[in-house]
Design a protein around this ligand. Structure first.
Ligand code: SF4
Length: 384
């Protein structure tokens, strides 16, 4: 097992059961400038001094002040692959969250060190499925006599420990772009799937893309004895969803969709599949972060888009496409609070330390976990 960033989740956000407890706050005006302008010059100078020895990855949900220093931007899997394709860079600075840095460490060469500028940058969704909880769940499935029928599938947004667990049990990792292909593969192999840790991506894919009914799905709660399910429910279910969700996407509601449709005539509602089922069924289009970006880029001038994903990305899309009316789906602003822990002061601190020859905040996955996690990642790459 890898060492967790900390024993407790960074944010106790509803313990995976109550998205309504995670509402943001109203922000009536413009946000203040994020950082001291002198830091921009310091970041530039440190990066220039480091040259090709450092490769900075920037996830789409990062702040503008950080993303300007990224050598490449993308979703978590694309970024890990880009880092692996740059073995000449011994230092990978991952501006994203902890599970992403772990994936990069798994996929990069042994001499490459992956650095997370702030160790507090976790992910509330990944924190909702711990290794011990998932081991306990598997015991429950064995007691119910269904474990042999179950293929575990984990979303990329999970810890290395969970990816390792899935690899050890013959399962696969998926992204929001290939979840259907991963599930098709899993159901060709077994009768049931345990989908970790995002119940919404699992449910939305099963119901909207594979023709399952909502009754084919049950939700396993790690906070309840036996997951809160009877053995019979586990035997009857085709899809066993882990009770986890994204604290950003889980906050959009059907009311957000109804409200924007009432306010903006002709608006197109475009949401990420981590949103709740009632939201994606009310939306016009559903897709991964990359899909959202491509859709806005390809949209006709003058069209209106209410986008249900992280606010940093939506604001950048709006600024990059002034000929289109791009807005955040909800009236209440909400950044991913853990993604936003990576700010310019942390990036400058990390880069200047490297210039001095000091390597801070290295993320390392132990070899046993990495081998099993790699098996699940390789299986994803081999999906038909
Ligand atoms: S946006 Fe959601 S899934 Fe992504 S890092 Fe933040 S909490 Fe985790």
């Amino acid at each position: 097992m890898t060492t967790p960033v900390r024993d407790l989740p960074l944010l106790l956000l509803g313990e995976g059961s109550d998205p309504a407890s995670e509402r943001g706050v109203d922000c009536p005006g413009e946000l203040p400038p994020a950082s001291d302008p002198a830091l921009v010059e310091r970041a530039r100078a440190a990066k220039a001094a480091l040259g090709d020895s450092v490769f900075v990855l920037g996830h789409h949900y990062q702040r503008d002040e950080v993303i300007q220093f990224a050598d490449v931007t993308g979703d978590s899997f694309k970024l890990a692959q880009k880092a692996a394709a740059r073995p000449e860079a011994p230092y990978i600075v991952f501006c994203g969250v902890h599970f992403m840095a772990e994936s990069a460490d798994i996929l990069t060469a042994p001499h490459q060190k992956v650095i997370l500028p702030d160790l507090g940058a976790g992910c509330s969704m990944a924190d909702m499925a711990t290794f011990d909880q998932v081991e306990e769940c598997w015991d429950v499935l064995e007691d119910a006599g269904v474990a042999d029928d179950v293929v575990p599938v984990t979303y990329m947004n999970s810890s290395a420990d969970i990816k390792g667990f899935v690899g050890r049990h013959g399962g696969v990792v998926c992204t929001s772009s290939n979840a259907k292909r991963a599930l098709d593969w899993a159901y060709a192999k077994g009768k049931k799937v345990l989908f970790l840790p995002d119940q919404h991506l699992g449910r939305n894919t099963a119901v909207l893309e594979m023709g399952f009914s909502l009754d084919d799905c049950v939700v396993y709660s790690p906070h309840r004895r036996g997951g809160g399910l009877t053995h019979q429910q586990l035997r009857d279910a085709r899809m066993i969803l882990w009770r986890g969700h994204c604290s950003v996407h889980g906050r959009f509601s059907k009311e957000s969709v109804d409200d924007v449709r009432a306010r903006v005539p002709g608006v197109n509602v475009l949401v990420h599949p981590e949103c709740r089922h009632e939201v994606v069924t009310a939306a016009d289009q559903i897709g991964s972060t990359e899909y959202i970006i491509k859709t806005i880029e390809a949209a006709e001038p003058g069209t209106s888009w209410a986008v249900g994903t992280e606010l940093n990305l939506v604001r950048r899309l709006a600024n990059a496409h002034p000929d289109k009316n791009v807005m955040f789906l909800d009236k209440t602003v909400c950044y991913c609070s853990t993604m936003n822990r990576i700010d310019l002061p942390h990036l400058v601190w990390t880069l200047e330390a490297l210039v001095r020859g000091e390597v801070e905040n290295v993320i390392t996955v132990d070899e046993d976990t990495a081998r099993n996690a790699r098996a699940a990642l390789d299986q994803m790459l081999a999906l038909p």
